[in-house]
Design a protein around this ligand. Structure first.
Ligand SMILES: Cc1ncc(COP(=O)(O)O)c(C=O)c1O
Length: 438
C-alpha cells in the first residue's frame, strides 16, 4: 500500500480469521513471484494450454445454443431473449445438456434436476459445503496434500478440515478408518471426504478401480459422503478408462463436482454439482440435495451467467455432448509435456546421480501435475533463488499440506507450457539442483 494513511483503519485481527491465514495468500504470492520474473519458465499455474482456443468460436457457440433453444427445445423468440438476457433459473439452464454429456463421457446417469450449474467448480464446493455442514462438530476429511480450493472454501465457512495422508492409490484406507474412529470417539461427525481420484492436484496420483470400490464401501459403512472432484480425468497418457466414483456409486454416496475450466475453457467460469441425494423434509416428503443447494446458490451468485452457460451449452452441442473426443488434442499436448519432462529428468538425473543425492519424482499417467522431492527444503527462499538466478518457477508443496509437511517437495505443473519450454525448464531445474543439492 502507498500514499497517506487514513485516520480510520480496520484491524486484520477483527476481520474473519481466514483472512490472516497464509493459505489465502498462496495465489497472490505466486502471481507476485511470476510478475517479478516475467522471463522465467513457470511450472506454477494449473492453467489449460491455449493452443485450442479460437476467439471466433465463442460467437459460433452462442449461435449453436440459440438454435438449440428454438429448434430443439421449442422456445419462442421472446422466450429465447428472456433466457439469454434475464436473471434465470437458479440451478441453471444447461443442466439437461450437462447430464447428456456426463452420460456420454463418463457413463454417469444423472437426472438433469440433480445438476446444479455453478460459477466454476469453486462455487460448487462452496455451496455444497455450506449445505452439508450443519454443526461445529461436523468435520471435512481431506487428503494430505490437498487442493487449496477446498481447504480455502472450508476455512471461509469455519468448517474444520482433518487431513488423511494420501498414498499412491488415493487416501490411505487404514489411516482413513482410524481417523474416522478417532473423530467419532472425540464426539465429532466426519461428514464427508473430499477426493480427486483422477490425477489429483497437487500430486498427479490416480486411484485404481479396487481402491475406488473400497472407498465407496467404506463410505457406506462409515456413513460418509464422498465429494468427488474431477477436472482432469480426460487428460491421460494411458488408454484404459477408469470409471469415476460417481459412475460406480450405487447408493448415492457421491456428490460429484464438475468443472468445464479444463475441458472447455476457464474464462466461462462454468462448473456444476451432481447432487442426487434425497433429502427428507419434516413432513416426510423428499426433495433432492440439488434443491437445497439452490437455496444457497440463490444467496451467493443468484444464477450462473446466462451468457457463460450459452457459450458452454453451445460448445457441448457443437461436439454432440461428447467432450472426451474434442479434448484429445489437449490430452496429447499434456501427455507430450509429461513425457518430455520425465525423459529430460531421466537423462539429466540418471538413477546413480539422483539416488545418491536423494532426488526423486513420481510418474503420473496423466493430468497436469508432478511432484519432485529434494534433499533440501523446497521453500520460498529456494523459489526466489530459482526464479532469480535460474529463470524457473514452481510451487512449494508445503502450501498443499493442511497439517504441515511436504517441505522437501515441489509441485510442477505442465499444462501451460510448450514441450520446448518444458525441456528448457527441466534443464534450468537441474541447474538449480546442481547448485543446491547435487
Ligand atoms: C482439483 C481442482 N478442482 C477444481 C478446480 C477449479 O475449477 P473451476 O475453475 O471450475 O472453479 C481446479 C483448478 O485448478 C482444480 O485443480
Amino acid at each position: 500500500m502507498s500514499g497517506d494513511t487514513s485516520p480510520f483503519a480496520l484491524d486484520l485481527a477483527e476481520l474473519h480469521g481466514s483472512l490472516g491465514d497464509p493459505l489465502m495468500e498462496v495465489m497472490n504470492f505466486l502471481n507476485e513471484v511470476t510478475s517479478r520474473h516475467p522471463g522465467a519458465i513457470s511450472f506454477g499455474p494449473g492453467r489449460p494450454h491455449e493452443g485450442q482456443f479460437e476467439v471466433e468460436r465463442i460467437g459460433a457457440y452462442l449461435d449453436a445454443y440459440t438454435r438449440y433453444l428454438t429448434e430443439e427445445a421449442g422456445h419462442t423468440p421472446d422466450e429465447v431473449r428472456t433466457l439469454l438476457f434475464q436473471y434465470g433459473r437458479t440451478n441453471g439452464q444447461i443442466h439437461e445438456l450437462v447430464a447428456r454429456t456426463l452420460r456420454n463421457d463418463e457413463d454417469i446417469r444423472a437426472d438433469p434436476e440433480s445438476v446444479v450449474v455453478t460459477v466454476g467448480c469453486q462455487e460448487g464446493m462452496f455451496i455444497t459445503l455450506r449445505a452439508l455442514f450443519a454443526e461445529p462438530t461436523d468435520v471435512l476429511l481431506v487428503p494430505s496434500p490437498c487442493y487449496i480450493g477446498i481447504t480455502g472454501a472450508a476455512r471461509l465457512l469455519d468448517i474444520e478440515t482433518v487431513p488423511v495422508p494420501e498414498g499412491e492409490d488415493g487416501v490411505d484406507p487404514v489411516a482413513l478408518r482410524e481417523t474416522v474412529a478417532a473423530l467419532r470417539a472425540a464426539g465429532k461427525r466426519p461428514r464427508a471426504l473430499y477426493a480427486i481420484p483422477d490425477f489429483a492436484n497437487p500430486t498427479g496420483t490416480r486411484m485404481s478401480v479396487p481402491a475406488r470400490r473400497r472407498l465407496l464401501e467404506f463410505a457406506d459403512e462409515a456413513d460418509l459422503l464422498l465429494l468427488e472432484d474431477n477436472p482432469y480425468s480426460f487428460f491421460t497418457r494411458a488408454d484404459a478408462r477408469v470409471p469415476t466414483l460417481k459412475a460406480l456409486d450405487t447408493r448415492r454416496r457421491v456428490v460429484y463436482l464438475g468443472s468445464f475450466a479444463k475441458t472447455c475453457f476457464p474464462g466461462a467460469r462454468v462448473g456444476y454439482v451432481v447432487a442426487d441425494q434425497e433429502v427428507r423434509l419434516p413432513g416426510g416428503e423428499r426433495t433432492l440435495l440439488a434443491d437445497q443447494l439452490s437455496k444457497v446458490k440463490s444467496m451467493v451468485t443468484v444464477n450462473t451467467s446466462a451468457l457463460s452457460q450459452a457459450a458452454i451449452g453451445g460448445m457441448l452441442l457443437t461436439h454432440g455432448c461428447r467432450l472426451r473426443e474434442v479434448n484429445k488434442a489437449a490430452a496429447d499436448h499434456y501427455g507430450q509435456n509429461l513425457s518430455v519432462l520425465l525423459d529430460s529428468f531421466e537423462r539429466l538425473l540418471p538413477p546413480s546421480r539422483r539416488e545418491a543425492a536423494g532426488i526423486s519424482w513420481n510418474v503420473p499417467e496423466g493430468g497436469f501435475f508432478l511432484t519432485l522431492t529434494l534433499p533440501v527444503p523446497a521453500d520460498n527462499e529456494l523459489l526466489e533463488t530459482s526464479a532469480r538466478d535460474h529463470g524457473v518457477i514452481w510451487t512449494p508443496m508445503t502450501y498443499f499440506y493442511p497439517d504441515g509437511g511436504g517441505l522437501h517437495q515441489m509441485r510442477l505443473s505442465l499444462s501451460y507450457l510448450t514441450p520446448g519450454e518444458v525441456a528448457e525448464g527441466a534443464e534450468r531445474l537441474t541447474e538449480l539442483l546442481q547448485r543446491s543439492c547435487l
